[in-house]
Write a protein that binds this ligand. Structure first.
Ligand SMILES: *Cc1c(COP(=O)(O)O)cnc(C)c1O
Length: 546
């Protein structure tokens, strides 16, 4: 008898599985589900006239891959909230069984337990809001709860639970399913326990796409556990829990070429969290501050006063007086949102807004994501699908002195044209967005010799697109980049960046000529986007506007 069978509600084990129309099979005529055979009346959606796959194979496999487990050890759920509910419904009988948790913590654990009529056994973090495994065991063990929820890092306090403590607790409570909720795992230094969930029979790990992956509105999460537990969750799952558009969104956001941008975003949120923690640490009202996940947990002197000032600034945060006196949880927002928050604490805005941008552009031909930061030289990670173009774009960023993360999945089997052109468009858009109001930037040019080749690029970030390319190439391509696309790239850049770009190149070696153009462009860009250092936010134009 598996652990799941031993601990499950007997009435769930006795239930026959629900009889639903299964996953769509190619080549079958579907007259089994009373769907409407005609497409929905909304454009741009997957086939939502059909019921979705109850457990979409591709998404399940992708999530399993992401967490380093076999698909059979993972169940995709409607947000990890739903996984919590499924666990409670599968294991807890009303009145007789109980759920344990470590307060202060995520409210859903107790909420779902009470809806089910199960008891709630509450241990507590220490007065310092630290996790004390022995104290938790001492409180929880005598109650023999069916489930113990450990939120790591904890919402709302940010407290991490050492994975070694989770293992030790799971070993000490063999008749309890220990649920490690890693909703904020991507923001934590601690390694995930997901890969151990199949090995430790009574360990379940919850993950979600709501926080780090920016898909809260899609409602996709998962539970990772021994297959016997997964089978039980499948039994209590509603018939078609995952909407088709959400499945499609999750697959899109998790596609491997989006991962560098995802990592960059997480890094950015963590950097902003650090900066915000440092600034708020200086505020007189803040008694204690902790950082965890994508949020801060503060304890303030006068929460009512803070609440009034936040309301006046139309900023919503979570007050958590039961977690700690004056406790308040604040999510890390965009740069402008964080600045508005700092202002409420009487901390003026930072000297200058960051010059960065993120662009996502999906069409039938290309899927491109880009992150650019003009005030940082690193990282540079470029994957256009065309190695020589990668090299050229890397030259632009390296010589331009800015960070560029760019990934494209394009229809290269047809031709490189779409990828080459669309990337130039997106790069121009990214530069334009990052430049913002263009305060403090210049017009610039750069001439560059490379052996026998001379390349010259002049840029005016005037807002008026214009492109001129003087020069030609003898060969059809350099590396895997067609040379006919080179003038085209600069035209696309000029159009989307809103710049006049003049390129002149002559020489004998096409490789040098192409590379010279991109390097000189990077150098000219470096001059054009550089801040003059005076701190003055003036525009290099007599018109006062560019
Ligand atoms: C946000 C959150 C969740 C819920 O995530 P969904 O996947 O959006 O349901 C689960 N656990 C914790 C601790 C959370 O903070």
């Amino acid at each position: 008898m598996s652990l799941a069978e031993r601990l499950a509600r007997p009435e769930i084990l006795a239930l026959p599985p629900v009889d639903i129309a299964g996953a769509p099979l190619a080549g079958t005529i579907r007259l089994d589900a009373n769907e409407n055979p005609f497409g929905s009346l909304v454009a741009g959606q997957p086939a939502i006239n059909r019921y979705p796959d109850p457990q979409p194979t591709e998404l399940r496999r992708r999530l399993a891959d992401l967490h380093g487990v076999a698909p059979g050890s993972l169940w995709v759920t409607r947000g990890s909230d739903d996984a919590i509910d499924l666990l409670v419904r599968a294991f807890c009988r009303a009145v007789e069984d109980s759920v344990a948790l470590v307060e202060p913590t995520f409210a859903a654990y107790a909420q779902f337990a009470r809806i089910q009529g199960a008891g709630v056994v509450a241990a507590r973090l220490t007065d310092d809001l630290a996790f004390d495994a022995d104290a938790v065991l001492a409180t929880v063990a005598p109650a023999r709860p069916k489930l113990l929820f450990l939120c790591t890092p904890n919402n709302p306090t940010g407290t991490p639970v050492d994975p070694a403590d989770v293992r030790r607790i799971a070993a000490a409570l063999p008749d309890t399913i220990v649920v490690a909720d890693e909703a904020y795992g991507e923001f934590s230094d601690a390694p995930s326990l997901a890969a151990e969930a199949g090995l430790i029979a009574n360990l379940v790990v919850l993950r979600t796409l709501s926080k780090a992956y920016g898909l809260a509105g899609a409602r996709i999460g998962c539970a990772v556990a021994d297959p016997s537990i997964i089978e039980l969750l499948a039994r209590v799952s509603p018939p078609y829990p995952l909407p088709g558009p959400s499945i499609a969104a999750a697959l899109g956001a998790l596609s491997p070429e989006r991962m560098p941008i995802h990592a960059e975003r997480v890094a950015r949120i963590l950097a902003d969290r650090g900066r915000l923690a440092e600034r708020l640490g200086e505020a007189a009202q803040v008694k204690r501050l902790r950082a965890g996940g994508n949020f801060l947990f503060l304890e303030v002197d006068d929460p009512d006063d803070l609440s009034r000032r936040l309301a006046a600034a139309a900023i919503r945060v979570r007050f958590r007086p039961k977690a700690a006196p004056g406790g308040v949880r604040i999510t890390i927002g965009t740069e402008a949102e964080n600045a508005a928050l700092l202002a409420v604490f009487g901390l003026g805005e930072e000297a200058r807004p960051a010059r960065r941008a993120e662009i996502v552009r999906d069409t039938n031909e290309t899927r491109i994501a880009l992150a650019i930061d003009l005030d940082r030289a690193e990282p540079r990670r470029i994957s256009s699908g065309i190695p020589f173009y990668d090299h050229m774009l890397d030259q632009v960023a390296a010589h331009g002195g800015f960070s560029l993360v760019l990934a494209c999945q394009g229809d290269l089997a047809t031709d490189s044209h779409h990828s080459v052109e669309d990337i130039a468009i997106v790069l121009g858009q990214g530069l334009k967005t990052a430049l913002g109001d263009k305060a403090g930037i210049g017009r610039f040019g750069f001439a560059l010799p490379m052996d026998e080749t001379r390349a010259e690029v002049l840029i005016d970030l005037s807002g008026r697109p214009f492109a001129k390319f003087e020069g030609g190439f003898a060969t059809a391509s350099v590396g895997d980049l067609p040379t006919e696309m080179v003038p085209h790239i600069f035209r696309s850049l000029a159009d989307s960046l809103g710049a006049a770009i003049h390129v002149r190149v002559d020489g004998d070696n096409d490789h040098h000529k192409v590379e010279g153009c991109f390097k000189a462009f990077g150098r000219a860009l470096r001059g054009a986007i550089a801040l003059d250092g005076s701190g003055e936010r003036s525009l290099p134009s007599t018109k006062g506007v560019l």
